[in-house]
Design a protein around this ligand. Structure first.
Ligand code: TMP
Ligand code: MG
Length: 327
């Protein structure tokens, strides 16, 4: 599904009547897909409007790293969906260990997952229809977890023993953003304490990382007694964006946004960015690919089909943050 064949390439460069500025524009355009960001030619990459993606990436590159912020979902976006044919646990599922919860709780959480996850990803239902059901799911799970009197001092061990896994190339992603002093907002409907532990254990919890998530509230003895603040689920991220993200000082004055997500609800994570100029959205399509492909292509600028790596976001970031002087 390459955009230009080698024959086009030949044609454009060697026909003498092509007016020079036209040739220059075509050359830059060609370069972006062919050489600057060859990852965009991967067969797992789908785009509704390639030319718009290219224009946006160019505009973001011209504005530079100083005008950029990255907003990313966590579960199944920064973490893998599956590894060697096995599902990788989400932050909620990392808690499913005898270190923290009993057998009965495991059984109930799995039943809830089997009931509500198919609803979360059902392309036949609207976000409005899903919203109350997601509240139901999260509320029931959080109540179960609170009943288990989870101990804070066992979380690190639970993460260590789990098969939690960030996507291949995660280190380049986190390290590059830190080097370029680009803030990364991780916006997750998962469990914040577990999320922090995962990135900490992978040595990428850098100072430019900011997190909005569901945080556990422990009593003085370190036992879970509640969850803090307003509940965040997959379909109310817009509210969180307006109330929390909009107030983050580190994100201010950065009108260009690279947004990464795996759910359609993640698209609202940038709704709190005031006077945004360019927003480029990348969606990981992990599950129910055929059923959701069209919807994803119509919703995200770039769709990555069953791609367990950070290769494309890393390549786009490398390009956007490359200095104009080097071009
Ligand atoms: P995210 O916003 O970081 O992607 O986290 C939300 C994901 O967590 C969502 O896709 C569903 C998943 N989830 C579970 O795997 N188990 C649970 O018990 C709950 C409530 C959510
Ligand atoms: Mg997710």
């Amino acid at each position: 599904m390459s955009f230009h064949s080698n024959i086009d390439y030949f044609y454009v460069y060697y026909i003498p009547w092509i007016y020079t500025p036209v040739r220059t524009v075509l050359a830059i355009w060609h370069q972006l897909t062919k050489t600057e960001i060859p990852e965009l030619a991967k067969c797992s990459v789908l785009m509704r409007e390639r030319s718009r993606v290219e224009e946006t990436i160019h505009a973001m590159q011209r504005a530079g790293a100083g005008n950029l912020q990255v907003i990313s979902d966590f579960d199944m976006t920064l973490t893998k969906f599956a590894h060697n044919g096995k599902r990788v646990p989400t932050t909620h599922n990392i808690l499913d260990t005898r270190l923290l919860i009993n057998e009965d709780c495991t059984k109930k959480m799995r039943e809830l997952l089997n009931t509500y996850y198919p609803i979360e990803i059902d392309p036949g239902r609207s976000a409005e229809e899903k919203l109350p059901l997601m509240v139901e799911w999260w509320t029931k799970v959080h109540e179960l977890l609170i009943q288990q009197r989870i101990r804070k001092d066992r979380l690190a061990q639970a993460v260590k023993e789990s098969s939690a896994m960030l996507r291949d190339g995660y280190k380049v992603f986190f390290d590059h953003l830190e080097e370029q002093q680009v803030p990364l907002l991780i916006f997750s409907a998962g469990v914040g304490d577990v999320l922090e532990e995962v990135i900490q254990q992978n040595n990428v919890f850098h100072p430019n990382v900011h997190i909005i998530s569901n945080y556990m509230d422990f009593d003085q003895t370190g036992v879970l007694r509640a969850f803090k603040g307003q509940l965040i689920h997959t379909f109310n991220k817009r509210e969180g964006a307006l109330t929390h993200a909009a107030g983050l000082r580190e994100l201010q004055g950065r009108p260009n946004v690279l947004l990464l997500g795996d759910s359609l609800g993640d698209l609202t994570m940038a709704d709190g960015v005031p006077e945004h100029q360019n927003i480029l959205t990348i969606g990981f399509l992990n599950d129910q690919v055929e059923e959701r492909k069209e919807l994803y292509i119509n919703s995200f600028d770039i769709v990555l089909v069953k791609d367990e790596t950070m290769d494309v976001p890393n390549a786009v970031l490398r390009y956007i943050t490359s200095s104009r002087d080097n071009k």
